[in-house]
Design a protein around this ligand. Structure first.
Ligand code: PRT
Ligand code: ZN
Length: 225
């Protein structure tokens, strides 16, 4: 592994957070040459390298100290934190900024024909989700005995496929739920993209670089308000 003095920032390679994260880095003056297929992108004017990975990997890369900073959705961050805590792995990080993109909510939705009165209607039911730790914590807090069924994709078709009675998935406009004959019922978690830093000491150079970048980021975020 290269033991570099360059600040390593983990960003989603391709997905809903990629463009906004890269645009923000460019807006604060970081010049980047991104080649589509490469894992690493070097900045040409700063001591910064981007690690371009799946969003699922970003919390772990920062918590394991492989990346110094990371742009990630709070939903994914919190889920991975709960997963690591349950495996007795370290799960510490510092949230530097909450950002103005990636907004969504993790919600429970049921088929339109489901006779839903309250959360208690889910007692004894199966709920398909990609976020079993967040969902199980929610059920535990509310005192509901329901089972989270883990699916990494196609969560919205699980009830129709007979795999689950309800779902718990990310929603932004609600169009996906509607297209699949589902009605949103309960909000489990509200999320936005955040910039996180690994816990523990960074070199003086890296710390100084972050200290120069953050005020510029604040300027960009304020200008957009
Ligand atoms: O390949 P990789 O693992 O990196 O990407 P991914 O497919 O896991 O994630 P991606 O790119 O879809 O989402 C990355 C992050 O964007 C999520 O973790 C959230 O923090 C944030 N985000 C914001 C969303 C949405 N909005 C969103 N609407 N992530 C997913 N969705 C999906 C949702 O799962 C559902 O399928 O969009 C659909 C619902 O959208 P509406 O508009 O129809 O309600
Ligand atoms: Zn992902």
């Amino acid at each position: 592994m290269s033991n570099s003095n360059r600040l390593r920032i983990a960003v989603q390679k391709s997905g809903r957070l990629s463009d906004d994260s890269i645009a923000l880095l460019k807006a604060i003056g970081i010049k980047l040459q991104i080649r589509d297929r490469l894992l690493i992108a070097h900045s040409t004017n700063q001591d910064i390298d981007l690690l371009r990975v799946r969003d699922d990997d970003i919390p772990g890369l920062v918590m394991d100290g492989v990346a110094d900073l990371g742009f990630i959705g709070e939903n994914e961050l919190e889920e991975k934190m709960l997963e690591r805590q349950s495996a007795n792995k370290t799960a510490s990080f510092i949230t530097l900024r909450r950002l103005d993109y990636g907004g969504c909510r993790l919600s429970i939705a049921v088929p339109n024909e489901f006779n839903y009165q309250s959360l208690a209607s889910l007692e004894g039911k199966k709920v398909a989700t990609t976020y079993p730790y967040l969902l199980e914590r929610f059920f535990k807090d509310k005192g509901i005995n329901a089972q989270a069924v883990m699916l990494t994709g196609s969560v919205e078709v699980a009830p129709r496929a007979g795999v689950a009675d309800a779902i718990c998935d990310l929603v932004s406009t609600g169009a996906t739920l509607e297209a699949n004959g589902l009605t949103e019922k309960d909000e489990v978690f509200v999320s936005k993209a955040v910039l996180i830093q690994k816990s523990g000491a960074l070199s003086e150079e890296k710390q100084a670089l972050i200290a120069r970048l953050l005020p510029r980021m604040d300027g960009v975020l304020q200008a957009k308000e």
